[in-house]
Design a protein around this ligand. Structure first.
Ligand code: IMP
Ligand code: MG
Length: 179
């Protein structure tokens, strides 16, 4: 385990198993729909790559990048679009793939923006749901795990751009960000 990690919340094996279940569910529910899988950079990259490889139906890939102002352990509520989709989504079934829902600001902004482009549907698939921290009422349609109110890193999730490549999801030691 990494020296800055207090505890492993979800192991590599647990994540792998849960992703396989989500992929099977999406395969069933999106059969014949050629969904557009929209990955939110950068946190969703590991989840996105594993989820899509576990799916067997045809899908298309695209990405968006968002910044919530501030680089610390809390998001500020202000969301800014850094990179938009490459293609139009009118008439498409869109699945937003995100690492974690915390306050909900990011996804409610994204969902509103994507809906304005007249897709057939927009659903949210999030690896983690920190439900107790929600400020804006938004729910994942597909989710990996509920997550306690702890700052977690790994499997794509960062603190100040670090720890994204840990193969598990771990609780970051408070001493790392409360210095
Ligand atoms: P929201 O807009 O508050 O829902 O925040 C969502 C974004 O905040 C996620 O996409 C993450 O980038 C980041 N975030 C929230 N909680 C954590 C965490 O525990 N670890 C790492 N990043 C987090
Ligand atoms: Mg982040």
């Amino acid at each position: 385990m990494h020296q800055d990690v207090e505890n492993i919340m979800f192991s590599k094996e647990q994540i792998e198993k849960r992703i396989a279940e989500l992929a099977a569910q999406l395969d069933r529910e999106y059969a014949g729909k050629n969904p557009l899988m929209v990955g939110i950079l950068k946190g969703s990259v590991m989840f996105y790559a594993d989820l899509l490889r576990a799916m067997t139906i045809p899908v298309e890939m695209d990405f968006m990048a968002i910044s919530s102002y501030g680089a610390g352990a809390k998001s500020s509520g202000e969301v800014k679009l850094i990179k938009d989709l490459d293609r139009k989504i009118e008439g498409r079934h869109v699945i937003i793939v995100e690492d974690i829902i915390d306050s909900g600001y990011t996804l409610s902004y994204l969902k509103r923006m994507l809906y304005s482009r007249k897709p057939d549907s927009v659903k949210i698939c999030a690896l983690l749901d920190k439900y107790s921290r929600r400020v804006v009422p938004i729910e994942a349609d597909y989710k990996g795990f509920d997550c306690e109110d702890e700052f977690v890193v790994g499997f794509g999730l960062d603190y100040a751009e670090r720890y994204r490549n840990l193969p598990y999801i771990g609780i970051l030691k408070r001493s790392v960000y409360e210095k």
